[in-house]
Design a protein. Structure first.
Length: 215
């Protein structure tokens, strides 16, 4: 399947109020340019050096998304050029990003919803405790736009649905705390984005279904 065909299979289906982030990590500049030519402006990268390099070579109107686990010592690299940082998975990372936020930096709080222990993120219980004890997310230059989470990698759709429902419930519970800017629920990737949209996702991150398998 070509990039154009992969994009069409998604763009022809997703609602207009759902953002498609094309996950271009490890993919060459030419592949991103092809997706760009078909109207994509949101691209996701998980390697800071690769993100910085691609941002220098590609059009200025691209909205770069820093996805994946971000090491604190890389925060200064991605903060100035990221439209959205997807994986604030600790208070320490939040505090480090606050040093490089500039006038305004949009982020998502990552919630651990999967069975797999190798995935990062706050537990639902921990994030509730943080908010109940005074909210440690207090930097005026960081705007918390919402939550993100990755479901378990499984063929069990019932489990995926359950995990997405739990994240949606938490999102709804937290919305009053953060106000009208808290409008992004990021869940769903190449294997489960349709389920995620059914469960309320407003942003999906799709890589292999657009660009093909990675080496």
């Amino acid at each position: 399947m070509s990039i154009a065909e992969g994009l069409a299979s998604i763009q022809n289906v997703i609602p207009s109020d759902v953002t498609l982030v094309a996950v271009s990590k490890t993919k060459p500049i030419e592949a991103i340019q092809e997706a760009y030519a078909h109207g994509i402006r949101d691209f996701g990268e998980n390697r800071p050096a690769e993100l910085v390099g691609k941002a220098k070579e590609l059009p200025n109107d691209i909205r770069w998304h820093a996805i994946g686990h971000l090491q604190r010592n890389k925060a200064s690299m991605v903060a100035p050029i990221s439209t959205l940082i997807h994986a604030v998975d600790s208070v320490r990372l939040y505090d480090e990003l606050s040093k490089h936020a500039g006038e305004k930096l949009d982020v998502l709080i990552q919630i651990h919803i999967a069975d797999e222990q190798n995935k990062h993120g706050f537990s639902s219980e921990d994030i509730k405790k943080i908010l109940d004890t005074g909210n440690e997310f207090h930097c005026p230059n960081i705007r918390i736009k919402g939550l993100m989470g990755m479901a378990t990698f499984t063929d069990n759709n019932s489990q995926i649905i359950s995990e997405f429902k739990a994240l949606r419930t938490l999102f709804d519970e937290m919305s009053p705390t953060f106000g009208k800017d808290f409008d992004t629920l990021s869940m769903g990737m190449s294997g489960d984005w349709k389920i995620a949209i059914d469960e309320g996702s407003t942003l999906i991150r799709v890589g292999s279904a657009i660009f093909g398998s990675r080496n």
